[in-house]
Design a protein around this ligand. Structure first.
Ligand SMILES: [Zn+2]
Length: 107
């Protein structure tokens, strides 16, 4: 089971974006990385594009670069802090993620 899923709020715990929080937009399981909204912004230079009426679009695009899973932790809404993920089996027999600190369901 994945520790972090799309839609989770995570906090960066290491690296240059340490302390930044955002929503997980994409999980890249093979690379063990996640893309987090407005975190780890990178700039890519692009050939200028003709945008009509003779306007030239700036040749730089910004995008969220993937962050390694080991550098992010899920934020528990109850604790309002990064937390380790535990697991439990709910009433329907489904494995769900829980906060290790307060035992609140994270799914
Ligand atoms: Zn908690």
């Amino acid at each position: 089971m994945q520790r972090i899923k799309k839609g989770d709020t995570v906090q960066v715990i290491a690296g240059k974006n340490k302390g930044a929080r955002g929503e997980v937009l994409r999980v890249l399981p093979k690379e063990e990385r996640v893309v987090v909204e407005r975190v780890n912004i990178a700039r890519k230079h692009q050939r200028p594009v003709q945008a009509g009426r003779g306007q030239i679009q700036p040749g730089i695009i910004e995008f969220e670069a993937p962050i390694h899973l080991s550098n992010v932790m899920i934020v528990c809404p109850e604790c309002d802090a990064p937390t380790r993920v535990g697991y439990r089996v709910n009433e329907d027999g489904v494995k769900v993620r829980v906060c290790r600190k307060c035992n609140r369901d994270l799914d």
